[in-house]
Design a protein around this ligand. Structure first.
Ligand code: PHE
Length: 453
């Protein structure tokens, strides 16, 4: 199939362009905002270790599978699944996997954009000198006042959604490639600079100890599911984004090499974020388990007191917004291509409708931080529920289905041909992981959480 076809949406201009886009999709709020706070909530080192295992043994092989399925199908996730199903003469219900991805992407983006809106607002707070000489208490208050205001959150959520849709509207290579070429390297440099700052704080070793010392008594079944969900979320797999990006991948590019580079970059950024944040938490007597506000309550303290902090503060939040933007475009691209390819929409119209629906769903998260904070379903606010349902349920279920499809349903020759590994042994290792280990890991974590184990 893929020998003759290209995606109707075009192709990446080079191997580097694909690596950039895939790294852009992977590296985002998940690494810098979410990884530190869920590590804080789940007790530190042991959680980090489980997370790393999930990335290497489950995430990586599934990411390879999702990319190869995308490249073979060459379309939006639903059409790709239909084509692959027909090719493998399998049950047509498999196309629901594509559907689940489309829905998960929009649901994730609905709250992702709200948090990215916080980051955008913090660019301006940094610029206006709000952090200057402020102590931990003042910074905490600044954040609390900010999220208590639905109007402000709506404003920034709207701004971020407009920015996302204006990139997606321009299509894959013009919209994305250009900005990422410059911005991703900047993000790395800035993170390294901030690690340098963290090393000068008195809480540095306590922070490292928290991040890397594994105390397994702090791990519950739910923490393991959270680590697994975070691996999926952070790599951006299990929902069709990687499938769509794979659809734009030229035939000659090595999937394995790319996926390994992207997952290493993704993991390094998450760990760097942890190495920056926890020393600041301990130096200032803050709690590592303070939840989604963690980076907004810690980093401004550093920017308020360090030399050059005004500039670094602005740069950091700009980079965070950029990292979020390169992920948000990946979250909505499956829906947009689906509307174009199956409903005959123009790219503009597809962006308008998918953006509008996602923007509206975002209000549920906005209000869950203020007016509706008391409204809970299964003990969770609407934001927490959306996050749990997508990251901890939909993505792992999507990943599980991808593993089963690639490992058991797809014609073996096709996956072997797409992966094009240097020797049969490497292919067999991947096959072992995708057929047995990855699905079994997801399955057992679920059993544990529902209390069967
Ligand atoms: N990986 C992104 C992040 O870490 C989020 C994302 C999830 C992007 C799923 C694409 C698909 O922020």
């Amino acid at each position: 199939m893929s020998d003759t076809k290209k995606s109707p949406q075009g192709e990446w201009s080079s191997h580097f362009a694909f690596i950039l886009a895939a790294t852009g999709s992977a590296v985002g709020l998940g690494n810098i905002w979410k990884f530190p706070y869920i590590t804080g909530e789940n007790g530190g080192g042991a959680f980090v270790l489980v997370y790393l295992l999930c990335v290497a043994l489950v995430g990586l092989p599934i990411m390879m599978a999702e990319t190869l399925m995308g490249r073979r199908g060459r379309h939006n996730p639903v059409t790709t699944m239909e084509a692959l199903t027909a090719e493998a003469k399998a049950d047509e219900h498999w196309h629901y996997l594509g559907w689940m991805g489309i829905i998960a992407g929009m649901l994730i983006l609905s709250y992702y954009s709200v948090i990215a809106g916080w980051a955008t607002a913090y660019v301006f707070k940094a610029f206006s000198g709000s952090f200057f000489d402020a102590d931990a208490h003042a910074i905490k208050q600044l954040f609390a006042d900010f999220i208590a205001s639905p109007i402000q959150l709506i404003f920034w959520h709207t701004a971020f959604m407009l920015a996302t849709m204006s990139i997606v509207k321009r299509g894959i290579s013009h919209g994305l490639e250009k900005s990422l070429r410059f911005l991703m390297p900047c993000l790395f440099v800035l993170l390294i600079l901030l690690v340098g700052y963290a090393m000068t704080t008195p809480g540095y070793f306590q922070g490292l100890h928290f991040l890397f010392n594994a105390d397994f008594s702090k791990l519950s079944g739910n923490s393991i599911l959270t680590a697994l969900g975070q691996a999926f979320f952070s790599l951006g797999i299990g929902m069709g984004a990687v499938m769509v990006y794979g659809a734009y991948l030229p035939k000659k590019i090595s999937i394995t090499e790319t996926v390994v580079i992207v997952s290493i970059a993704d993991t390094v950024v998450a760990l760097l974020a942890g190495i920056i944040i926890f020393p600041i938490v301990f130096t200032n007597g803050l709690e590592p388990n303070s939840g989604p506000g963690l980076i907004f309550e810690t980093l401004p303290i550093a920017f308020g007191s360090m030399i050059g902090g005004w500039l670094f503060g602005i740069l950091f939040f700009v980079m965070l917004v950029v990292a979020a933007l390169s992920s948000s475009v990946a979250l909505i691209e499956p829906t947009v291509t689906w509307l174009i390819e199956t409903r005959g929409f123009s790219r503009e119209k597809a962006c308008l409708w998918s953006g509008l629906v996602t923007w509206l769903v975002g209000f549920a998260s906005i209000f869950s931080f203020n007016s509706w904070s008391e409204f809970k379903v299964f003990g969770l606010t609407l934001f927490e529920l959306l996050d749990y349902a997508t990251a901890n349920l939909m993505l792992p279920i999507g990943g599980f289905a991808i593993a089963i499809f690639a490992g058991w349903v797809m014609v073996r020759d096709h996956s072997e041909q797409e992966l094009d590994l240097p020797n049969p042994q490497s292919y067999q290792i991947w096959e072992l992981l995708i057929k047995y280990l990855a699905p079994a890991a997801v399955f057992f974590v679920f059993l544990d959480v529902v209390g069967v184990l």
